[in-house]
Design a protein around this ligand. Structure first.
Ligand SMILES: C[S@@+](CC[C@H](N)C(=O)[O-])C[C@H]1O[C@@H](n2cnc3c(N)ncnc32)[C@H](O)[C@@H]1O
Length: 316
Protein backbone atom coordinates (compact mmCIF):
# COMPACT_ATOMS: atom_id res chain seq x y z
CA UNK A 1 0.00 0.00 0.00
CA UNK A 2 1.27 3.44 -0.92
CA UNK A 3 1.78 5.42 2.25
CA UNK A 4 2.99 8.77 0.99
CA UNK A 5 0.52 11.63 0.89
CA UNK A 6 -2.31 9.71 2.52
CA UNK A 7 -4.41 10.62 5.46
CA UNK A 8 -6.29 8.09 7.53
CA UNK A 9 -9.61 8.55 9.31
CA UNK A 10 -8.73 6.27 12.21
CA UNK A 11 -7.46 5.97 15.74
CA UNK A 12 -3.73 6.57 15.45
CA UNK A 13 -2.81 3.46 17.40
CA UNK A 14 -4.58 1.34 14.75
CA UNK A 15 -3.36 3.29 11.72
CA UNK A 16 0.25 3.36 12.93
CA UNK A 17 0.39 -0.43 12.60
CA UNK A 18 0.10 0.06 8.81
CA UNK A 19 3.26 2.15 8.71
CA UNK A 20 6.52 0.25 8.19
CA UNK A 21 9.47 0.41 10.60
CA UNK A 22 12.01 3.22 10.07
CA UNK A 23 9.98 4.96 7.38
CA UNK A 24 9.10 8.39 8.79
CA UNK A 25 11.66 11.20 8.88
CA UNK A 26 9.80 13.68 11.09
CA UNK A 27 6.82 13.43 13.40
CA UNK A 28 5.17 16.68 14.48
CA UNK A 29 2.05 16.60 16.54
CA UNK A 30 -0.12 18.09 19.21
CA UNK A 31 -2.13 15.36 20.96
CA UNK A 32 -5.52 15.83 22.62
CA UNK A 33 -5.54 17.78 25.85
CA UNK A 34 -5.43 16.35 29.32
CA UNK A 35 -8.28 17.16 31.63
CA UNK A 36 -8.41 17.01 35.34
CA UNK A 37 -11.85 15.59 35.70
CA UNK A 38 -13.96 13.65 33.30
CA UNK A 39 -13.06 11.82 30.14
CA UNK A 40 -14.62 13.68 27.24
CA UNK A 41 -14.66 12.89 23.54
CA UNK A 42 -11.55 14.87 22.86
CA UNK A 43 -9.51 14.78 26.05
CA UNK A 44 -7.81 12.27 28.33
CA UNK A 45 -7.86 12.47 32.13
CA UNK A 46 -4.51 13.69 33.49
CA UNK A 47 -4.18 10.66 35.73
CA UNK A 48 -4.38 8.33 32.69
CA UNK A 49 -2.45 10.44 30.22
CA UNK A 50 0.99 8.78 30.42
CA UNK A 51 -0.50 5.29 30.36
CA UNK A 52 -2.64 6.29 27.35
CA UNK A 53 0.20 7.90 25.42
CA UNK A 54 3.04 5.40 25.91
CA UNK A 55 1.74 2.71 23.51
CA UNK A 56 1.48 5.46 20.88
CA UNK A 57 5.03 6.74 21.48
CA UNK A 58 6.23 3.13 21.24
CA UNK A 59 4.72 2.89 17.74
CA UNK A 60 6.08 6.33 16.82
CA UNK A 61 9.56 5.16 17.78
CA UNK A 62 9.19 2.07 15.63
CA UNK A 63 8.17 4.03 12.52
CA UNK A 64 10.75 6.83 12.90
CA UNK A 65 14.01 6.60 10.95
CA UNK A 66 17.25 6.30 12.91
CA UNK A 67 18.12 9.92 12.11
CA UNK A 68 14.53 11.17 12.46
CA UNK A 69 12.96 13.60 14.92
CA UNK A 70 9.75 13.64 16.94
CA UNK A 71 8.41 17.05 18.00
CA UNK A 72 5.70 16.86 20.63
CA UNK A 73 3.73 20.05 21.28
CA UNK A 74 2.14 19.77 24.69
CA UNK A 75 1.41 21.85 27.78
CA UNK A 76 0.18 20.70 31.13
CA UNK A 77 -2.75 22.64 32.59
CA UNK A 78 -2.88 24.13 36.04
CA UNK A 79 -5.65 23.17 38.39
CA UNK A 80 -6.30 23.31 42.11
CA UNK A 81 -3.61 25.94 42.44
CA UNK A 82 -0.72 24.02 40.89
CA UNK A 83 0.69 22.80 37.59
CA UNK A 84 0.15 19.21 36.70
CA UNK A 85 3.26 17.02 36.40
CA UNK A 86 2.13 14.49 33.82
CA UNK A 87 4.28 15.93 31.03
CA UNK A 88 7.36 15.61 33.22
CA UNK A 89 6.36 12.03 34.03
CA UNK A 90 5.81 11.37 30.33
CA UNK A 91 9.32 12.56 29.45
CA UNK A 92 10.81 10.23 32.06
CA UNK A 93 8.76 7.26 30.82
CA UNK A 94 9.64 7.99 27.18
CA UNK A 95 13.33 7.98 28.08
CA UNK A 96 12.79 4.55 29.65
CA UNK A 97 11.20 3.52 26.35
CA UNK A 98 14.50 4.37 24.67
CA UNK A 99 13.80 7.89 23.41
CA UNK A 100 16.59 10.44 23.46
CA UNK A 101 15.28 13.77 24.83
CA UNK A 102 17.34 16.30 22.88
CA UNK A 103 15.70 19.62 23.62
CA UNK A 104 12.73 21.53 24.88
CA UNK A 105 11.72 24.36 22.56
CA UNK A 106 9.39 26.97 23.95
CA UNK A 107 6.59 28.19 21.74
CA UNK A 108 5.97 31.71 22.98
CA UNK A 109 2.45 32.64 21.93
CA UNK A 110 2.85 36.27 21.08
CA UNK A 111 -0.88 36.97 21.16
CA UNK A 112 -1.99 35.11 24.31
CA UNK A 113 -5.26 36.33 25.71
CA UNK A 114 -5.11 38.73 28.69
CA UNK A 115 -6.62 37.67 31.99
CA UNK A 116 -6.28 37.77 35.78
CA UNK A 117 -5.58 34.80 38.03
CA UNK A 118 -4.96 34.96 41.76
CA UNK A 119 -1.76 32.89 41.80
CA UNK A 120 -0.14 33.18 38.36
CA UNK A 121 -0.05 35.19 35.17
CA UNK A 122 -1.45 34.45 31.78
CA UNK A 123 -0.10 31.33 30.10
CA UNK A 124 1.87 32.42 27.04
CA UNK A 125 3.98 29.39 26.18
CA UNK A 126 3.81 25.73 25.31
CA UNK A 127 6.43 23.02 25.17
CA UNK A 128 7.71 21.59 21.91
CA UNK A 129 9.66 18.58 23.11
CA UNK A 130 12.23 17.24 20.70
CA UNK A 131 12.91 13.49 20.86
CA UNK A 132 15.09 11.32 18.64
CA UNK A 133 16.19 7.69 18.55
CA UNK A 134 19.89 8.53 18.55
CA UNK A 135 22.36 11.20 19.52
CA UNK A 136 23.04 11.88 15.85
CA UNK A 137 20.08 12.99 13.77
CA UNK A 138 19.30 15.09 10.70
CA UNK A 139 19.34 18.81 11.51
CA UNK A 140 19.49 21.48 8.79
CA UNK A 141 20.39 24.39 11.05
CA UNK A 142 21.07 26.80 8.20
CA UNK A 143 17.44 26.49 7.07
CA UNK A 144 16.16 28.36 10.12
CA UNK A 145 18.75 31.11 10.50
CA UNK A 146 17.46 34.51 11.57
CA UNK A 147 18.69 38.07 10.91
CA UNK A 148 21.42 39.07 13.35
CA UNK A 149 19.33 42.07 14.42
CA UNK A 150 19.94 44.86 16.91
CA UNK A 151 21.95 42.73 19.30
CA UNK A 152 24.93 42.76 16.95
CA UNK A 153 24.95 46.54 16.53
CA UNK A 154 25.38 47.22 20.22
CA UNK A 155 27.43 44.18 21.15
CA UNK A 156 30.04 44.56 18.42
CA UNK A 157 30.62 48.24 19.08
CA UNK A 158 32.15 47.42 22.40
CA UNK A 159 34.34 44.37 21.82
CA UNK A 160 36.72 43.69 24.69
CA UNK A 161 40.00 41.76 24.44
CA UNK A 162 38.12 38.89 26.07
CA UNK A 163 35.73 38.77 23.13
CA UNK A 164 38.62 38.08 20.77
CA UNK A 165 39.59 34.79 22.40
CA UNK A 166 37.58 31.59 22.47
CA UNK A 167 35.65 30.96 25.68
CA UNK A 168 35.07 27.35 26.53
CA UNK A 169 31.99 26.40 28.46
CA UNK A 170 32.43 26.24 32.22
CA UNK A 171 30.54 22.94 32.21
CA UNK A 172 33.23 21.50 29.88
CA UNK A 173 30.49 20.52 27.46
CA UNK A 174 32.84 21.21 24.57
CA UNK A 175 30.86 24.23 23.46
CA UNK A 176 32.63 27.54 23.21
CA UNK A 177 32.15 30.97 21.72
CA UNK A 178 34.31 33.64 20.24
CA UNK A 179 32.25 36.79 19.91
CA UNK A 180 34.56 38.24 17.24
CA UNK A 181 33.65 35.36 14.89
CA UNK A 182 30.17 36.83 14.46
CA UNK A 183 31.27 40.26 13.21
CA UNK A 184 30.10 41.02 9.67
CA UNK A 185 27.56 38.23 9.65
CA UNK A 186 23.98 39.06 8.70
CA UNK A 187 22.41 35.90 9.97
CA UNK A 188 22.64 33.96 13.23
CA UNK A 189 21.27 30.66 14.49
CA UNK A 190 17.98 31.08 16.35
CA UNK A 191 17.33 30.47 20.04
CA UNK A 192 15.18 27.67 21.40
CA UNK A 193 12.35 30.15 22.04
CA UNK A 194 10.02 30.33 19.05
CA UNK A 195 7.62 33.21 18.68
CA UNK A 196 4.51 32.42 16.70
CA UNK A 197 1.07 33.92 17.12
CA UNK A 198 -1.76 31.47 17.70
CA UNK A 199 -4.32 31.06 14.93
CA UNK A 200 -6.92 33.79 15.37
CA UNK A 201 -9.10 33.30 12.33
CA UNK A 202 -11.66 30.54 12.41
CA UNK A 203 -10.12 27.55 10.72
CA UNK A 204 -12.70 25.05 11.89
CA UNK A 205 -10.52 23.50 14.60
CA UNK A 206 -10.10 25.06 18.03
CA UNK A 207 -6.49 23.90 18.44
CA UNK A 208 -4.96 24.37 15.00
CA UNK A 209 -1.22 24.99 14.74
CA UNK A 210 -0.06 28.28 13.32
CA UNK A 211 1.51 27.17 10.03
CA UNK A 212 4.86 28.64 11.07
CA UNK A 213 5.25 26.04 13.82
CA UNK A 214 5.31 22.84 11.71
CA UNK A 215 7.09 24.83 8.99
CA UNK A 216 10.01 25.65 11.28
CA UNK A 217 10.47 22.07 12.46
CA UNK A 218 9.95 20.50 9.02
CA UNK A 219 12.64 22.74 7.50
CA UNK A 220 14.97 22.01 10.39
CA UNK A 221 14.60 18.23 10.60
CA UNK A 222 13.82 17.07 7.06
CA UNK A 223 14.88 17.36 3.43
CA UNK A 224 12.80 17.66 0.30
CA UNK A 225 10.89 14.40 -0.45
CA UNK A 226 11.21 13.18 3.15
CA UNK A 227 8.14 11.76 4.89
CA UNK A 228 6.40 13.80 7.63
CA UNK A 229 3.80 12.28 9.98
CA UNK A 230 1.18 13.86 12.21
CA UNK A 231 -0.73 11.16 14.13
CA UNK A 232 -3.21 13.72 15.56
CA UNK A 233 -3.75 15.66 12.36
CA UNK A 234 -6.72 17.85 13.37
CA UNK A 235 -7.37 20.32 10.56
CA UNK A 236 -4.34 19.08 8.62
CA UNK A 237 -1.87 21.92 9.21
CA UNK A 238 1.22 19.68 9.39
CA UNK A 239 0.30 17.88 6.16
CA UNK A 240 -0.55 21.10 4.32
CA UNK A 241 2.77 22.68 5.28
CA UNK A 242 4.72 19.50 4.47
CA UNK A 243 3.14 19.45 1.03
CA UNK A 244 3.98 23.12 0.47
CA UNK A 245 7.60 22.43 1.44
CA UNK A 246 7.77 19.55 -1.08
CA UNK A 247 7.86 16.85 1.59
CA UNK A 248 5.58 13.83 1.59
CA UNK A 249 3.08 13.50 4.41
CA UNK A 250 1.04 10.96 6.32
CA UNK A 251 -1.74 12.09 8.64
CA UNK A 252 -4.08 10.31 11.04
CA UNK A 253 -7.25 11.87 12.44
CA UNK A 254 -9.94 10.09 14.43
CA UNK A 255 -12.85 12.49 13.93
CA UNK A 256 -14.48 12.32 10.54
CA UNK A 257 -15.19 16.05 10.31
CA UNK A 258 -11.54 16.98 10.92
CA UNK A 259 -10.41 14.28 8.51
CA UNK A 260 -12.66 15.78 5.82
CA UNK A 261 -11.52 19.29 6.73
CA UNK A 262 -7.86 18.22 6.31
CA UNK A 263 -8.63 16.74 2.92
CA UNK A 264 -10.27 19.96 1.81
CA UNK A 265 -7.35 22.12 3.01
CA UNK A 266 -4.94 19.77 1.23
CA UNK A 267 -6.97 20.04 -1.94
CA UNK A 268 -6.86 23.81 -1.61
CA UNK A 269 -3.06 23.61 -1.76
CA UNK A 270 -3.32 22.27 -5.29
CA UNK A 271 -5.19 25.32 -6.48
CA UNK A 272 -3.26 28.33 -7.73
CA UNK A 273 -6.05 30.64 -8.83
CA UNK A 274 -7.02 33.02 -6.01
CA UNK A 275 -10.69 33.18 -6.94
CA UNK A 276 -11.01 29.40 -7.05
CA UNK A 277 -9.24 29.19 -3.70
CA UNK A 278 -11.82 31.59 -2.26
CA UNK A 279 -14.63 29.51 -3.71
CA UNK A 280 -13.21 26.45 -2.02
CA UNK A 281 -12.83 28.31 1.29
CA UNK A 282 -16.53 29.21 1.02
CA UNK A 283 -17.42 25.53 0.42
CA UNK A 284 -15.45 24.57 3.56
CA UNK A 285 -17.25 27.24 5.57
CA UNK A 286 -20.54 25.94 4.28
CA UNK A 287 -19.75 22.34 5.26
CA UNK A 288 -18.86 23.51 8.75
CA UNK A 289 -22.21 25.23 9.01
CA UNK A 290 -24.33 22.44 7.58
CA UNK A 291 -22.26 19.46 8.76
CA UNK A 292 -22.41 18.03 5.24
CA UNK A 293 -18.86 16.71 5.33
CA UNK A 294 -19.53 13.99 2.77
CA UNK A 295 -20.58 16.52 0.17
CA UNK A 296 -17.47 18.62 0.74
CA UNK A 297 -15.04 16.28 -1.05
CA UNK A 298 -17.16 16.26 -4.22
CA UNK A 299 -17.67 20.01 -4.05
CA UNK A 300 -13.93 20.68 -3.64
CA UNK A 301 -13.19 18.34 -6.51
CA UNK A 302 -15.72 20.13 -8.70
CA UNK A 303 -14.37 23.57 -7.81
CA UNK A 304 -10.71 22.62 -8.17
CA UNK A 305 -11.27 21.04 -11.56
CA UNK A 306 -11.64 24.62 -12.84
CA UNK A 307 -7.98 25.16 -12.01
CA UNK A 308 -5.41 23.78 -14.44
CA UNK A 309 -2.89 23.15 -11.69
CA UNK A 310 -5.24 20.90 -9.77
CA UNK A 311 -4.02 17.41 -8.89
CA UNK A 312 -6.35 14.62 -8.02
CA UNK A 313 -5.85 14.34 -4.27
CA UNK A 314 -9.36 13.04 -3.71
CA UNK A 315 -8.87 9.94 -5.80
CA UNK A 316 -6.21 8.68 -3.40
C1 LIG B 1 -4.84 19.26 19.42
S1 LIG B 1 -5.69 18.63 18.05
C2 LIG B 1 -4.51 18.78 16.72
C3 LIG B 1 -4.67 20.05 15.93
C4 LIG B 1 -3.72 20.13 14.75
N1 LIG B 1 -2.35 20.34 15.18
C5 LIG B 1 -4.12 21.23 13.76
O1 LIG B 1 -3.27 22.01 13.33
O2 LIG B 1 -5.32 21.32 13.43
C6 LIG B 1 -5.71 16.89 18.35
C7 LIG B 1 -6.51 16.10 17.32
O3 LIG B 1 -6.32 14.71 17.58
C8 LIG B 1 -7.52 14.02 17.28
N2 LIG B 1 -7.46 12.75 18.03
C9 LIG B 1 -7.76 12.51 19.32
N3 LIG B 1 -7.52 11.24 19.65
C10 LIG B 1 -7.03 10.64 18.53
C11 LIG B 1 -6.57 9.33 18.23
N4 LIG B 1 -6.56 8.39 19.17
N5 LIG B 1 -6.14 9.06 16.99
C12 LIG B 1 -6.16 10.02 16.04
N6 LIG B 1 -6.59 11.28 16.25
C13 LIG B 1 -7.01 11.60 17.48
C14 LIG B 1 -8.62 14.97 17.71
O4 LIG B 1 -9.83 14.71 17.03
C15 LIG B 1 -8.01 16.33 17.36
O5 LIG B 1 -8.44 16.76 16.08
Amino acid sequence: MKLENRIFNADCLDALTKIPDNSINVIITSPPYAQQRKKSYDSIPESEYVEWFLPITKELKRVLTDDGSFVLNIKEPASNGERSTFVLELIIEMRKQGWFWVEEYVWNKKNSFPGKWSNRFRDAWERCLHFTKNKKFKMNQDEVMVPMGKWAETRFNSLSDEDKIRHNSASKSGFGRKVENWIDRDMAYPTNVLEFATVCYNKGHSAAFPEELPEWFIKLFSDKDDLVLDPFLGSGTTAVVAKRLERNYVGIEKQKKYYKLSKAYLKMEDVENKKIKQEMAAAIKDARKTGNWDGLAAECKRISSKDNQSLDTFNK
